[in-house]
Ligand binder design. Sequence first.
Ligand SMILES: [Zn+2]
Length: 242
Amino acid sequence: MDTIRIDEMNWVDIKEKIERGYTTVIFGVGSTEQHGPSLPEQTDALQADRFANLIARELGKALQAPTISVGFSEYHLNFPGTISLRESILTAVVEDYISSLAGHGFKNIVIYVSHGGNEESVKKAIANMQNKFPHIKMIYYYTQDIYPAIRAMGQKYGLTVGEIGSHAGDMEASIMLYLAPELVKKERLVKGLTKVITPRLRKKFRAEGFNAITENDVVGDQTKALAEKGFDRKRKEVIGHQ
Ligand SMILES: [Zn+2]
């Protein structure tokens, strides 16, 4: 399968592809932040990268720009390894991505966000850039949009919504066991907060840090995580060969 990643291509081939109708470009915006004692810091960044690639392949005639691997994760800084950009800086980075790509002939720019903390910055960047480049369609796609499908998968295995979790829960642990099992410390998969995050809890962790709501940084129960829950089987080939 030919690469669709523009950083693996040269400008001659990119130009030719755009002229042949590859007028959609997508990039992921993830984070580098702790995901409990078992999952790697790159959990969101890897998902952003792989999902953006999958979406581009499914759309067809789409190219992928490099993933932004660091996002806004200020409330995770109490755990070592987390790197956070200020929200204004993340907005500026996304704006510069868009204005760089806007002059190359793309008609659609899709931004796939895999981390909740990035939502506001990215939406702001899109609003600003949409005014500047009204001829380009900008599409925001957030990981939460696929939660119903992921929850349905977890429920098939008898898990509650609280166990499936969100940040570093069964859902993300299963995805990581599928995507990068070599980076998961399986002996440290743990149970964390199995309550659904309410607006009150969100306000609390935003103000006091994530360890104010969950000591081990896990929202959900990772102990029943399975690679086979990480992805729909029929998608396997697409994910495996990017
Ligand atoms: Zn995550």
